[in-house]
Write a protein that binds this ligand. Structure first.
Ligand SMILES: *[C@@H]1O[C@H](CO)[C@@H](O)[C@H](O)[C@H]1NC(C)=O
Ligand SMILES: *[C@@H]1O[C@H](CO)[C@@H](O)[C@H](O)[C@H]1NC(C)=O
Ligand SMILES: *[C@@H]1O[C@H](CO)[C@@H](O)[C@H](O)[C@H]1NC(C)=O
Ligand SMILES: *[C@@H]1O[C@H](CO)[C@@H](O)[C@H](O)[C@H]1NC(C)=O
Ligand SMILES: [Zn+2]
Length: 647
């Protein structure tokens, strides 16, 4: 095989270079020849891989598109086959690429070296076949348990049909019945916590997978994607920046909850009972009627105006496309309009979750979105179109670089654009509001709604992987998994369970991303960086001027700013071809995640909260008001108690 031949030749050459280097004191010439030959062979290899990738990827993505826009058994089968084929191919290509790793020190072309570095990490599929099967089986068993979880009704315990999309979300938002909420919270965890025994097996296999990729454990492997030795400390530092604002929100919510549930349940200085925040994980607190500063002031909603003006899904997408080309960015290609699905088709069933698609050939990009003519969907469409803009900008990169600069940045940019689009100023520029200004009360309500979504999410988004990393690297012993979870819930989120938990429970598993093994850090990163990027783009646009109250960050819209657009392009076109600190430096002048833009954005709300909390003499922060989890004494391994619920 020519490939093998080439390989032998390369090894000989490097060996020769090494021998020459050892023999003579001036081996320059030999080494130079060898690295040039090496690099041109490497380039050829990468180019071939790239072409092949585009073909294979296109097949897989097409099968996935066909299924998601036309849900049939046949399309499902085709998709599974395509995925199988694609993962076999990626594994082969990983094995080929890995052979080059030992030669990395000889490459002078950093671009080539970086491609091989990224190509050398495959993830779980690096496991031997039998173990990979076991690994995927465990994950699918765990997610099956999660997906099939329904709970019994509080008033009618014989009817056990309440699932997450079957009324549970609504119940959590609407009910003010403490015992009912506690029942729901506990039942959900009783069922989802059954995976504990499987999770042990999962951890072992996950770490084996990490070591097959050259890492000590899966925690190290996940962190490696952020390409920074200090990333964990950076996250902690960012959280310390945000915490004062979170504590104000926390104190405010505690007073409001105390007014509803009484001070023996919601104590003056204690953490918040985790089941009362209107969300199963208390990761967003969507209790508008309780938490809005001015509940009698109606929200800004341009939906009726959009309908009056005859907006259609098509014109909403056109507005989003205009957003980008107004900034000197790229219009979507004509095929986008022909191939995207922008409304529910009459002749087939589709998976309606909005998504953006890159067909890996540099020309085919689509969105699937079941559009309603509403303000919310107008914003979502801009978010999705940001993903497509990103695809368009990095389309000429080699495939391994066709990705966000880090796992959070694609989303961060989408959210940054959404912040701009949602601003009254932008809605006014679209002709949907009669003035770029809204009342102070409406503004505070808007900021609060956003904070209940984006700020209160941060401690949760921070602690999920903090816990998971401890589990994966073994610094949290298995006998303390649940109490270790509650230590973090208390410490970071200021939450307590409605009743004493123990190691018979497994509360981390109550969130899908644990059984399904989906990393969570990217959400933290994207929620921090969206404000950082938003601020940078707003400054380029001259729409945010520090210290100028008429140019506050939360009012900014960078629509039609060519300087902002050029900065966005500079970031986007690099894809992941450079470490992300370099990528964001071009646009933001910063090389790290930074929470100060978020603090700045919410400044007016924070001032309001500080004043309101002071007026009511609220304690800021939290102190323990009881015991939350029963740490077990060490015990022998043959104690079967823990596995009993897992059947
Ligand atoms: C949906 O998929 C089926 C194959 O499962 C195909 O026969 C049908 O034509 C597709 N429908 C549309 C509208 O593309
Ligand atoms: C909560 O709901 C249960 C069952 O419907 C009811 O018996 C109880 O009185 C309710 N508690 C409150 C405080 O409303
Ligand atoms: C617009 O973008 C192009 C690159 O697509 C760039 O060459 C040009 O300088 C930009 N125009 C302005 C006015 O900045
Ligand atoms: C959006 O439109 C779909 C049909 O396309 C409809 O079933 C759904 O109820 C609508 N949702 C809202 C929030 O109006
Ligand atoms: Zn997105």
């Amino acid at each position: 095989m020519p490939r093998t031949l080439l390989w032998a030749l390369l090894l000989l050459l490097t060996a020769a270079a090494a021998v020459a280097a050892a023999a003579a004191n001036t081996p320059e010439a030999t080494v130079k020849v060898s690295h040039l030959v090496l690099e041109s062979a490497a380039r050829e290899f990468l180019l071939k891989q790239d072409l092949r990738y585009s073909r294979e990827c296109k097949l897989a993505v097409t099968a996935s598109w066909n299924y998601h826009t036309n849900v049939t058994r046949r399309n499902r089968q085709d998709l599974e086959e395509a995925q199988e084929r694609f993962s076999e191919w990626t594994k082969e290509s990983w094995e080929e690429a890995r052979k080059w790793i030992s030669l990395l020190p000889y490459f002078r072309d950093t671009d080539i070296a970086r491609q091989f570095k990224l190509l050398s990490v495959l993830g779980a599929p690096a496991l031997p076949k039998a173990e990979l099967l076991k690994y995927t089986r465990i994950i699918s068993e765990m997610t099956a348990i999660y997906d099939s979880t329904t709970i019994c009704r509080y008033q009618n315990p014989g009817r056990c049909d309440v699932g997450m999309n079957k009324g549970l979300n609504k119940l959590l938002r609407k009910s003010r019945n403490y015992s009912e909420l506690k029942h729901v919270w506990k039942s959900w965890r009783e069922s989802t916590g059954r995976i504990r025994h499987r999770y042990q097996q999962f951890v072992q296999l996950a770490n084996k997978a990490a070591s097959a990729n050259g890492f000590r454990n899966m925690a190290e492997m996940s962190l490696a994607q952020y390409e920074s030795e200090s990333f964990r400390e950076d996250m902690a530092a960012v959280w310390r920046q945000i915490r004062p604002l979170y504590e104000q929100l926390h104190a405010f919510a505690r007073r409001k909850l105390r007014e509803v549930y009484g001070s023996d349940r919601v104590t003056q200085r204690g953490p918040l009972p985790a089941h009362l925040l209107g969300n199963m994980w208390a990761l967003s607190w969507k209790l508008d009627d309780l938490f809005l500063p001015f509940p009698e002031t109606p929200p800004v909603d341009v939906t009726p105006e959009m309908q009056r003006q005859g907006y259609t899904p098509r014109t909403m997408f056109e507005a989003a496309d205009r957003f980008f080309y107004s900034m000197n960015l790229t219009r979507v290609p004509a095929s986008f309009w022909r191939r995207s699905v922008t409304r529910v088709p009459a002749d087939r069933q589709v998976v309606c979750h909005p998504s953006s698609w890159d067909f890996c050939d540099g020309s085919d990009f689509r969105i699937k979105h079941c559009t309603n003519v509403t303000q919310k969907d107008l914003v979502t469409i801009h978010h999705e179109m940001t993903h497509v803009q990103y695809f368009l900008q990095y389309r000429s990169q080699p495939y391994i670089f066709r990705a966000g600069a880090n796992p959070g940045i694609h989303e961060a940019l989408g959210h940054a654009v959404a912040l701009s689009v949602e601003s009254p100023r932008h809605l006014w520029r679209l002709g949907l509001l009669s003035s770029p200004h809204i009342s102070y009360k409406a503004e505070m309500n808007d900021l609060m709604r956003l904070a209940l979504d984006k700020v209160v999410f941060l401690p949760y988004a921070y602690l999920v992987d903090l816990w998971r990393w401890k589990v994966l690297e073994g610094s949290l012993p298995e006998k303390d998994w649940n109490c270790g979870w509650w230590d973090l819930k208390y410490e970071i989120q200021g939450m307590k369970p409605p009743e004493l938990r123990s190691e018979a429970d497994f509360d981390a598993a109550s969130k899908y991303h644990i059984p399904a093994n989906i990393a969570y850090t990217r959400y933290f990163v994207s929620f921090i960086m969206q404000f950082q990027l938003h601020k940078a783009l707003c400054m380029k646009a001259g729409e945010y001027v520090p210290g100028d109250p008429t140019k506050s960050l939360h009012k900014c819209d960078f629509y039609s700013s060519i300087r902002a657009g050029n900065a966005m392009r500079e970031m986007m076109r690099l894809g992941s071809s450079k470490p992300w600190p370099e990528v964001i430096e071009a646009a933001t002048g910063e090389r790290k995640m930074d929470g100060s833009a978020l603090r700045e954005y919410f400044k007016p709300l924070e001032m309001w909260l500080i004043e309101d909390n002071a007026k009511h003499g609220e304690f800021i922060g939290w102190r323990p008001d009881g015991e939350y989890c029963l740490y077990e004494k060490p015990r022998t391994t043959d104690n079967p108690a823990r596995c009993q619920t897992d059947n």
